[in-house]
Design a protein around this ligand. Structure first.
Ligand code: ZEM
Length: 293
């Protein structure tokens, strides 16, 4: 059994441990941050407001049905990065660890500070995942604005929030062996900024078909000799009259984007969670929860 380096509920210690693993010179662009943000988002983005199922309680990706959802391809890299943190701080649940890691990664990349609360519980088996069919709920990048609304309205977000959340694509890149798409959205994909919106709204994006047949959009940046990319869903934000004004506003006003993104990312991390006045989660899934009480 590993020895805990922190007391139950000492999230500051866990934050430090997450910060310490972000720098990964051999991995992608040198940071584990982007894939950790994606893990946090996919762990929460399964929420369905109509059935009150899915969301960030449970850490269901540890089980094959949700973990094997093609949308989650590649997220094992994020879980592997975090495993030593779980070993050193075994009291924290995976669901708290994954969401906290996303928040810390955004902050450490120069993003806004994200308000985050703990207390999530982990499923002890896959019963709820199978019963509620927690797979196939995440957005499909080959689709358009109608699909984005369907998926994000189901989580309880509005048009402005959909656009703000999409600004996370300033971080990281697409991997041919994960999603089939290839490349980064911006030149400095380990730095959180409003660059995604600036580039999306000001550059001339050209359709490109990869050798695999996957269709995306490209811009060749001569200054940095880098090919940048946009997904079909990213382009859909620009083409839709409800989304487009927000793309432009966030491209012009970094502070506004940071404020709105911080709010909506916190909301995303709380999907599916109910808390009492003291912040204790009241819809815990099993007896392992409640370590904050
Ligand atoms: Zn993403 N995302 N995403 N996203 N995403 C990818 C990568 C990353 C969509 C999508 O299909 C894809 C949000 C919304 C949406 C991040 C964060 C957030 C990739 C590439 C795809 C295909 C995966 C790969 O190949 O590794 C779609 C359709 C979305 C609907 C709007 C939201 C919301 C996010 C957070 C708030 C991040 C950080 C990455 C980069 C991951 C990495 O490994 O570098």
């Amino acid at each position: 059994m590993s020895v805990s380096q922190s007391k139950k509920g000492d999230f500051a210690a866990v934050r430090q441990a997450i910060k310490a693993l972000l720098h990964q010179p051999e991995y992608d662009d040198g940071s584990a941050g982007p894939v950790l943000v994606r893990l946090a988002w996919h762990s929460s983005g399964t929420y369905d407001i109509n059935t009150d199922t899915g969301g960030s309680n449970g850490a269901g990706m540890r089980y094959e049905y949700e973990g094997g959802d093609p949308a989650n391809a590649g997220l094992q890299h994020a879980r592997v990065f975090l495993e030593p943190v779980k070993e050193a701080h075994p009291w924290i649940t995976y669901s708290d660890l994954w969401t906290l890691a996303g928040a810390v990664a955004i902050e450490e990349a120069g993003g806004p500070s994200i308000s985050w609360q703990g207390g999530r519980t982990d499923f002890v088996d896959d019963t709820k995942i199978l019963k509620n069919k927690i797979a196939g709920r995440l957005p499909d990048a080959t689709q358009g604005a109608g699909h984005l609304r369907k998926v994000f309205y189901r989580m309880g977000f509005n048009d402005q929030e959909i656009v703000a959340l999409s600004g996370a694509h300033t971080l990281g890149r697409c991997h041919g062996d994960r999603s089939g798409f290839e490349g980064p959205w911006v030149n400095n994909p380990t730095r959180f900024s409003n660059q995604y919106f600036k580039l999306l709204s000001t550059l001339e994006w050209k359709p490109k078909t990869l050798p695999s047949g996957v269709k995306q959009f490209m811009y060749y940046d001569e200054d940095t000799e880098t090919e940048l990319m946009m997904l079909p869903t990213d382009m859909a934000l620009l083409a839709d009259p409800g989304f487009e004004p927000w793309v432009r506003r966030y491209g012009e006003d970094k502070d506004l984007f940071f404020r709105d993104f911080a709010k909506v990312f916190s909301k995303l991390m709380e999907l599916g969670i109910e808390r009492d006045a003291e912040g204790r989660i009241t819809n815990t899934d099993n007896e392992l929860g409640g370590y904050l009480s």
